[in-house]
Design a protein around this ligand. Structure first.
Ligand code: 5GP
Ligand code: MG
Ligand code: MG
Length: 183
């Protein structure tokens, strides 16, 4: 599949992303004002660019930790089974936790990760997702903060890959196959 020829059509510009990240960070800063315990948890690997930009706009002391859950592999479709490939380094019991996710699609990943983290009894747990595809949802779940709602397209860029490529694009684009076969 990665060998099929494709082009990337820009959906969200780098400038629009930066403006939205700044606005999200303002809301997050206001929400957590006064806490000295915020742990920002990035879900690897797709959120690494987003979390880097987001934490630099959050005007509070933060700790950064990472969690890796498997979902897509290299395919275009979600697996319902979610496995934890890399756990947090730090403890979150009694702490304010902000999970940073790239895309909420079917919702299975976030549902699983949230439940797992809640079982460790954080003080509060919120989620900030860069992108949301509400039309694809199979588990009723919503991020506390969402950057952009997008249609049911396969997207790449700004940390998000297609078969491990295109993470370094500064914008978000959708993959469009240019051969004639369907799908
Ligand atoms: P869910 O469990 O909500 O179906 O899937 C969530 C994960 O699937 C996202 O965190 C992301 O890693 C991946 N995913 C969902 N949609 C896309 C997409 O359009 N492009 C890429 N590259 N990954 C996606
Ligand atoms: Mg993800
Ligand atoms: Mg991926």
């Amino acid at each position: 599949m990665p060998d099929r020829p494709y082009v990337i059509d820009q959906l969200i510009s780098a400038k629009a992303i930066a403006a939205r990240v700044e606005a999200l960070a303002r809301e997050i800063t206001a929400h957590y004002r006064g806490t000295d315990k915020l742990v920002v948890v990035g879900l690897l690997r797709g959120s690494f660019v987003f979390i880097a930009d987001l934490v630099r706009e959050i005007d509070l002391p933060v700790e950064v930790d990472f969690l890796e859950a498997s979902s897509y592999g290299d395919a275009l479709h979600s697996s319902r089974e979610v496995r934890i490939l890399k756990d947090l380094r730090g403890e979150i019991a009694g702490r304010d936790v902000l999970v940073v996710e790239d895309i909420v699609d079917t919702g299975f990943t976030l549902h699983h990760v949230k439940n797992m983290l809640l079982s460790r009894e954080p003080r509060r747990l919120e989620v900030c997702a860069l992108l949301d595809k509400p039309s694809r949802r199979e588990v009723a779940i919503k991020a506390t903060w969402t950057g952009f709602e997008i249609p049911d397209e396969f997207v790449v860029g700004y940390g998000i890959d297609f078969a491990q490529r295109n993470r370094n694009l500064p914008y978000i684009g959708k993959v469009r196959f240019t051969d004639t076969s369907a799908g």
